[in-house]
Design a protein around this ligand. Structure first.
Ligand code: IPE
Ligand code: IPE
Ligand code: MG
Length: 245
């Protein structure tokens, strides 16, 4: 019988956690960890594209991260503005299409201009969609979608909500990774992760390299996604496919 190679996740979502601890362990300021986190993201984007992952969605700054010390928040804002200037041309060369997901009110004019410019400059790319969630919260996303429907007088159905959510341009995540050892969602993609496979890594985000990504993908490939059905039903569907082939 012909062996079918296990599928690579089409869409991977990542809570990039552990930058602060990475820095603190080295007696560095927390912002140095976030800088290293940008390097790790660059490596991860390349690795995902090389493995034929089509969508990568990362959590870069949560609605709740405003509650951190002011120096850290302003360090993160500066890092984002700097990264936009520096990284976008390289990402574009690699065929990456950027989307920024999150509440833009509250961000500086300079930052908003950078986000819009980066989205426009990469709009023609189609190798990998990179959604950067910045000033994002899952509850914000759901509430905003509901408010949009209410304003348009549309019924609050599951399909309408889905179409109004911030990630309506991509299918739901298949694999949800969180680095840094914590096993919680921290308000990331609450709606969209309904059937994502969850994977928690003890590695801190700056240490999450290609081998760690491969471990996560391999773990995903060992899972059985049942979507409410039984294992036997899936087996029957599988043998039907094989007969048809
Ligand atoms: C994640 O790393 C990045 C952001 C939240 C911006 P942390 O800064 O949360 O790192 P730890 O969890 O304190 O180590
Ligand atoms: C989640 O990490 C947010 C990002 C990675 C951007 P946090 O470090 O903010 O999450 P908690 O506070 O540990 O839940
Ligand atoms: Mg953290």
């Amino acid at each position: 019988m012909k062996q079918v190679a296990p599928a690579v996740p089409h869409h991977i979502a990542i809570v990039m956690d552990g930058n602060g601890r990475w820095a603190t362990r080295r007696f560095l300021p927390r912002v140095a960890g976030h800088k290293q986190g940008v390097e790790s993201l660059r490596r991860c984007v390349k690795a995902c594209a090389a493995r034929d992952v089509r969508v990568l969605t990362v959590f870069a700054f949560s609605s709740e991260n405003w509650n951190r010390p002011v120096e850290e928040v302003s360090g993160l804002m500066d890092l984002m503005v700097g990264a936009l200037g520096r990284e976008v041309p390289k990402l574009s060369q690699d065929g990456v299409r950027l989307h920024f997901i999150g509440e833009r009110g509250g961000l500086s004019d300079k930052m908003i201009a950078g986000l819009v410019q980066a989205e426009t400059a990469t709009a023609h790319n189609n190798r990998l969609v990179l959604n950067v969630c910045f000033n994002y919260g899952g509850r914000w996303d759901i509430a905003r979608a509901a408010a949009q429907l209410a304003a348009r007088g549309e019924p609050l159905t599951e399909a309408n909500l889905d179409a109004a959510m911030a990630l309506a341009h991509v299918p739901d995540p298949d694999l949800f990774i969180r680095t840094g050892g914590e096993q919680r969602l921290s308000n990331f993609l609450l709606w969209q992760s309904a059937y994502a496979e969850l994977y928690f890594s003890d590695k801190l985000w700056p240490e999450f390299d290609e081998a760690a990504l491969d471990d996560a993908i391999a773990a995903f490939q060992r899972r059985e996604r049942r979507y409410g059905q039984t294992s036997e039903q899936l087996g029957a569907a599988g043998s039907r496919d094989q007969q048809a082939a």
